[in-house]
Write a protein of this length. Structure first.
Length: 317
């Protein structure tokens, strides 16, 4: 019964700390976003939507410190009302108190893992895409449903079906029309690797020529295309690494390893995201350890006081 009571107090502490920190950091993030209001079609309402949609990722970021502060707040509340002392007088060991404080942090760790894999990526990516659409209203790359994009220059049209792992153009289609608006040729590719010179290396390519109403299909393993989009225009559409689900983040790293591409930042980010949830129980154990240490200190104080009293009694005799 006492374990559940302490656990409830810790959960209340979590809620109070999360409410305070999410409000504080949310307001700061909103103030930062309001500085971009007026860029393209970005409005105050868009800024508010962006902040609200990124709250799950902010929850993940604040989880470890909230675990520590929430546990300490609960212990402080229990100590202020003399409940910890009463538990100790009733024979409830400090170790059991420490474990009761620590268990909710394990539950918080599982919740952070679920948020990282399922909830946060959905809302974060929607927020980024909505923000990009508003800010870059006049940009050459126009987002439509999901992760699909369309772009045009003169008589050439580009369709990107999705950004795989949030950063790799995939399901690509290119359409070239002549001056009479008749389809000259079209190309489909599985995905593109953006080279250092800005060109795209397309893989699994199917090139279709439309000559005098006849179609001639030429399959190719690779094809280098010089895009009309600049690297900066593409990078503005990328999703941040932290917006990916952890499993998708891991698959992205595996892709970079197979393609022998630079992976330092991606690898470090994945390691950080894997370690981050595990910090929550450590913070709970740290706060719970304070119970044991404080109990030990009280015991030593009691022994010292008892010895002093006995010494005084002997001196008086």
């Amino acid at each position: 019964m006492l374990e559940r009571y302490i656990g409830r107090q810790v959960l209340v502490g979590y809620l109070l700390v999360f409410a305070a920190l999410l409000s504080l950091f949310g307001i700061v993030r909103l103030m930062i976003e309001l500085e971009d209001v007026g860029d393209g079609g970005y409005s105050s309402l868009d800024a508010l939507h962006y902040v609200l949609f990124t709250l799950p990722s902010l929850f993940i970021f604040l989880a470890p410190v909230s675990a520590l502060l929430g546990s300490l707040l609960a212990l402080l509340n229990l100590a202020r009302h003399g409940e910890l002392l009463a538990m100790r007088a009733a024979g409830y060991s400090p170790l059991r108190s420490a474990m009761a404080v620590s268990w909710p942090a394990l539950g918080l760790m599982l919740l952070v893992l679920l948020f990282s894999e399922f909830l946060s990526p959905v809302f974060y990516q929607q927020a980024v895409q909505m923000r990009n659409q508003a800010v870059q209203q006049r940009d050459a790359l126009e987002a439509v449903a999901g992760r699909e994009f369309w772009s045009r220059k003169d008589n050439q049209f580009l369709n990107i079906g999705e950004l795989k792992y949030g950063q790799i153009p995939s399901k690509i289609r290119i359409y070239q029309f002549d001056d009479d608006n008749r389809l000259d040729w079209s190309l489909s590719a599985r995905q593109a690797q953006i080279l250092p010179d800005g060109n795209w290396r397309l893989s699994r390519v199917s090139l279709v020529d439309h000559l005098d109403g006849r179609r001639r299909v030429t399959p190719m393993q690779e094809y280098t295309w010089e895009p009309f989009l600049t690297p900066a225009q593409m990078e503005r559409q990328y999703f941040p690494l932290e917006s990916l689900a952890i499993s998708e983040h891991r698959d992205f790293l595996d892709y970079l390893v197979r393609a022998d591409l630079g992976r330092g930042e991606v690898s470090l980010s994945l390691w950080s995201r894997r370690v981050h949830p595990r910090v929550c129980p450590r913070m709970g154990f740290l706060a719970g350890g304070g119970v044991v240490m404080s109990a030990g200190s009280a015991a030593w104080v009691g022994v010292g006081a008892g010895g002093g009293v006995r010494g005084a009694g002997c001196g008086g005799g």
